[in-house]
Design a protein around this ligand. Structure first.
Ligand SMILES: [Zn+2]
Length: 102
């Protein structure tokens, strides 16, 4: 099964986090939610209101993310996957450019 392109970037260079509203509650501190703009993985941090320390951290992965990780284990494999993805995307954008020009 082919690796989902969204996950290739995240597994290789890390998630593209942005902070967002939290729709969950915790008794142990203040909820802080960040989400990846590429793959929509969500990280739920519980932060101590007094010290700012991280109390808890949970990840919620979209369908297919864990599977992609288990199938292709090493960082090196992900780097290779990202490099071929970039070549594929460069080909696609060149193709689009030609279509637009003709
Ligand atoms: Zn991601």
């Amino acid at each position: 099964m082919a690796l989902d392109d969204r996950f290739t970037r995240c597994r290789t260079i890390g998630h593209a986090w942005f902070d967002c509203d939290s729709d969950w509650k915790t008794d142990m501190g203040v909820p802080l939610t960040v989400r990846c703009e590429r793959c929509m993985t969500e990280r739920r941090d519980t932060v101590s209101r007094s010290t700012g320390d991280l109390v808890q951290r949970h990840y919620f992965y979209p369908d297919g993310y864990k599977r992609s990780w288990e199938e292709v284990m090493s960082r090196s494999d992900f780097r290779l996957a990202l490099l071929s993805l970039r070549i594929k995307e460069a080909r696609q954008s060149r193709g689009n450019g030609k279509q637009a020009a003709s």
